[in-house]
Design a protein around this ligand. Sequence first.
Ligand SMILES: [Zn+2]
Length: 446
Amino acid sequence: MKKLISILTIFVIMILPLNAYGQYMDNTYMDIKIGKSYELYDYINLSSDTSFFLFEKDDLGREIAEIDEDNIIITYKADMIDIMDSTLNILESIPADGSIVIGTGDNIIKVGENRYRDYISFLIKDKIQVINYIHIENYLYGVVPREMPASSHIEALKAQSIVARSYAYRNIGKHRADGFDLCDTTHCQVYMGYDNEHKSTNEAIDQTYGEYVTYNGDIIETPYHSTSGGKTVSSVDSWGGNLPYLIGVEDEFSANSPNSSWTVEFSLKDMESKLLSAGIYVGEIQDIEVLDTTKSNRVKNLNIIGSNKTQTISGVKMQSTLNLKSRWFDIETEGDSNGVNSTVYVVDGNSIKPISINLDRAYVVDGKNRSVSRSGISRVMTSTNLGTIGSVYSPSPTRFVVSGRGYGHGVGMSQYGAMEMAKQGFSYKDIITHYYSGVEIINIGK
Ligand SMILES: [Zn+2]
């Protein structure tokens, strides 16, 4: 009879649908490296409002020991982690391989001055690294308020929650070689733990519990950025992969955000030293001109024109060299015109009477409607002489004015755009499907 029951039990388990909620709660934990690393001889303070408990990491239901203290001190000795009370009596020693995690009765644990949810473990490299073993939903509580102002519209916060959740899920194991999943800096996603949480962002996370962005049934990586400036960038034009859900879209919602347009100026000396530090030397710089752009207006290549040579560099390289907010920019060369008066006379289509303009501030447009930079101007008129002065015109720039649009890589969701869409009455689903093409939102937390 007993055998029959166990066979029946196995049968029932097999035909029951998988309990997705339970799976999601049980399986979606991540190792986040938090805060600073400690020297191997350092003492690390943990505190709690309750007792501490030790658990098997692989079986969180199994409590190994209770430590009835509200402050404990951790140190590393002889390949073990010693857990001591405040008078440095050793209470427990656990392996230094992260297989045992430390929790508390209320799931809040303070490491140094900062509180975290769920569990803490330690990883020994050259230093002691502190790992927060945390469920993805609890992790998001400490991420979303760092990514978007908590005062934003709830629909924007919900979109940000789903996007940060999908991004985290797809990046579990990003630091596998280092022994954990994600770090807590901008390299992965900024995560600041429990003390940084906010009521409104927690609500947005709770209201979208278990919701992810999918394409063809797969959870996708959902890159996002501060503001697109008016047009987002396709994955092809950014890092190369052709992802059908990351195409550049018109984004009027980001057109009037902070940093939707910006200007930064460089003196000739500044520009030369920045280019030099990036290994670019062309002699004396005479001009810089954008050669071509992507469909989303981001610079592909530029020419650095110098007294020795002209060098072509990519927009990506120029962005990092000058530390520009985005790759959507143009560069204007301004300066003295060695021996040539900056005031020149032009005739437009309305009158044959020449009018005076300052050459440093002039745009000359060619037949294809492209603006020609100063070094490309070969014929200008003086007031008395209609001859060509291109051969004697030797531009010597004094400064470069870079004007651009947008902040960030421009791929996927624009955070300011999402905030503006929510203000205009769009839902979080509208926001996500605007920025990620052809996607669906699924809930694996049910
Ligand atoms: Zn990282």
